[in-house]
Design a protein around this ligand. Structure first.
Ligand code: NAP
Length: 244
């Protein structure tokens, strides 16, 4: 039977492309979405056309109760999953002095607690099976910090710390935990930036181009492949040389 992967935040962007790439490579896919149900359903149809047994599941990853309910639905539909890609995320630009309690809590809630919630709920099956893989999508800003994105940078730095600690803890159970730090990737997340701001960002990238969702999807595919089975606790930068 094909392995089952859960990808959070797969209705758009990096998550969507990762679902397509994994489906083309023999995975059945559980697609998590939050608000874009129509897009998630249309992705499930596309995945089906690629021969993947796929379905979509709504949950706000910041809510442990919603993630538990999603686990029950996925378990009934697919049984155990063999891989979890914690990709769901939000971003926001704000001066530090303008970040409110609510903005801080929402950012940490989705980007960091979301990773905690999904890992907490789906990991026990992997530990029992003595196999499995978790891939967390952090960010270059979690490595280096971004002005006007202190809450985003803090959430993504937290994901790096969580990855390293959890990898050590579950390695004896043959479960791997790794983290990918994308640079600037062409998705809806860049929509707050003007075209001149995007051009300026491109100039800062040594490869002189933005990354694509496919660049991240291919890295996920590699990390899930048998050839990467000795890699755990690592932070893989996919950023065109933006941070070296
Ligand atoms: P995107 O196009 O904005 O897509 C975000 C995805 O996350 C959507 O599928 C969205 O679902 C989902 N999501 C948001 N809040 C959620 C929640 N509370 N619960 C469940 N799902 C939720 O973003 P992207 O660029 O693909 O980003 C994917 C990941 O890569 C994020 O973690 C982001 O921080 C990281 N990243 C992106 C870049 C970049 O330049 N694009 C760079 C570094 C890191 P709905 O559409 O259903 O609401």
């Amino acid at each position: 039977m094909n392995p089952v992967v859960l990808i959070t935040g797969a209705s758009r962007g990096i998550g969507r492309q990762t679902a397509l790439t994994l489906a083309r490579n023999g995975y059945n896919v559980a697609v998590n979405f939050h608000s874009h149900e129509v897009r998630a359903k249309s992705l499930v149809r596309e995945l089906g056309e690629l021969g993947s047994d796929a379905d979509c599941f709504r949950a706000d990853v910041s809510s442990l109760n919603e993630v538990k309910a999603m686990y029950d639905q996925i378990h009934r539909r697919f049984g155990k999953i063999s891989a979890l890609v914690n990709n769901a995320g939000i971003s926001e630009q704000s001066l530090f002095t303008d970040i409110t309690d609510e903005m801080w809590d929402r950012m940490i809630g989705v980007n960091l607690k979301g990773v905690f919630n999904c890992s907490k709920v789906f990991l026990p099956d992997m530990i029992r099976a003595k196999s499995g893989s978790i891939i967390n999508i952090s960010s270059v800003w979690g490595q280096t910090g971004a002005a006007t994105e202190v809450h985003y940078s803090a959430s993504k730095a937290g994901v790096i710390g969580l990855t390293k600690a959890l990898a050590k803890e579950v390695a004896p159970c043959a479960v791997t935990v790794n983290c990918i730090c994308p640079g600037v990737i062409k998705t809806d997340m860049l929509s707050p930036f003007s075209s001149s701001e995007i051009d300026a960002l491109k100039e800062e990238v040594p490869l002189r181009k933005l990354g694509t969702p496919g660049d991240i999807a291919n890295t996920v595919l590699f990390l899930l492949s048998p050839g990467a089975s000795y890699i755990t606790g690592q932070v893989i930068s996919v950023n065109g040389g933006f941070l070296i």
